[in-house]
Design a protein around this ligand. Structure first.
Ligand code: PMP
Length: 390
């Protein structure tokens, strides 16, 4: 018998199971945003990034349906062939006006936006400097590009400057790429300082606003806007899949940057455009972001209340702004046990473990949404205090 060339997978999955790292897909039934049906009952969903509750908003759904009836569901081709519809252009124009940039281009996902943008901007002979806690899509984009990858400890700008000093003569082009809001900690990057450093070293600066768009800043433009430096960030990546309740990624910047990406970003050129109904839905959601600032206020208020009450209950809740509330538990077993106990009380609160987060910093990651009711928050805090590991 010929040996099975995939048998090595069994060893890895066994090891995963032994370490308690096995993960699987759980199909959830329908429910209004913030809730889902599972095994005959309602679950409160604290795992979603649908921060403003817009994925289930009737106006957003109606926009998607209207567009599906006009254009069909799938785009059918990549943007440079025939996949770019008027819905894509209208959304790009609306996003450019919102971001106050010359232009915007869309990608199939936020992940694809980071992969494609980084690999279109740097290559062998260049260097990408990233924060240790940057999202996987920035790390993989840097790897795909073939540029040297330099990682600095989270928020440690002294180390960044030292590394830039050392690298400035060795590399042709330099890109600094950072999350605006860090996805597992919910804290903000020190963007005013980073903008200054990038300007000083003549480096390109990319800020991934995946968790900031629609949520942070006086008009919902994200972390850079909240910190007063949006206009000094030349490459802004965003996603349509979180606060905008849809699917897709975008890059906002100058016309020449966007034209360069349209011609050189592989994830745009060689991948089917996102469905036109997804673009239409995101455009409707963007209008709601602009017209209903109370949603941003509500998220901040829920976040403040939850952080205070969990700290009063004896939990370690690091400083963060906005809808991501990490609760540090340390070891993976405690995080998983608490997450499962909450699941038994019909709440989804994911346990995040290494390697997604550094060793010893396993945690629960609570994602808040304007769809959560005060009673949802009460239920979560009551259960967490009752179930707190000793
Ligand atoms: N960047 C960050 C910081 C993220 O957290 C995510 C999503 N987890 C992405 C990019 C990818 O966005 P998308 O889900 O649209 O692919």
């Amino acid at each position: 018998m010929t040996p099975d060339p995939l048998s090595w997978i069994d060893e890895i999955s066994e090891q995963r199971r032994r370490l308690g790292l096995e993960r699987g897909l759980i199909p959830l039934g329908p429910g209004r945003t913030g809730r889902a049906e599972h095994q005959g009952g309602d679950l409160i969903d604290f795992a979603s990034n649908d921060y403003l509750g817009l994925s289930g908003d009737p106006r957003v759904i109606a926009a998607a349906i209207r567009e599906a009836e006009r254009h069909g569901w799938g785009a059918g081709a990549s943007p440079l062939v025939s996949g770019w519809k008027d819905a894509h252009q209208e959304l790009s124009d609306a996003l450019a006006a919102f971001e106050r940039t010359e232009a915007v281009v869309l990608f199939p996902t936020g992940y694809a936006a980071n992969l494609g943008t980084i690999s279109a901007l740097v290559g062998p002979g260049d260097a990408v400097f990233i924060d240790r806690l940057d999202h996987s899509s920035l790390v993989q984009g840097a790897r795909l590009s073939g540029a040297a990858l330099r990682v600095y400890p989270h928020g440690d700008l002294d180390r960044l400057v030292t590394a830039l000093d050392r690298g400035r003569d060795r590399h042709r082009r330099i890109l600094i790429a950072t999350d605006g809001v860090f996805s597992m900690d919910g804290d903000l990057a020190p963007l005013p300082e980073l903008v200054g450093i990038a300007e000083r070293f003549g480096a390109m600066l990319l800020v991934d606003e995946a968790h900031g768009t629609g949520v942070l800043g006086p008009d919902g433009r994200g972390a850079a806007s909240a910190l007063g430096v949006a206009d000094r960030v030349p490459i802004r990546v965003g996603t349509l899949s979180k606060a905008l309740g849809s699917i897709g990624g975008f890059v906002a910047g100058s016309r020449r940057l966007v034209d360069h990406l349209i011609n050189h970003a592989p994830t745009l050129i060689y991948s089917t455009a996102l469905p036109a109904p997804a673009a239409a839905a995101a455009r409707r959601a963007l209008r709601i972001v602009v017209e209903e600032p109370w949603r941003r206020d509500r998220i901040q208020e829920l976040g403040r209340r939850l952080r205070d009450r969990l700290r009063d209950g004896g939990y370690a809740v690091p400083e963060s702004t906005g809808p991501i509330v990490p609760v540090l538990l340390g070891d993976s077993a405690s995080a998983v046990t608490l997450s499962l106990a909450l699941r038994a009380e019909r709440m989804i609160v994911p346990a995040i473990r290494p390697p997604t987060v550094p060793r010893g910093s396993a945690r629960l990651r609570i994602g808040l949404s304007t769809s959560h009711l005060d009673s949802d928050l009460d239920a979560l805090v009551d259960a967490m205090v009752r179930l707190k590991p000793r």
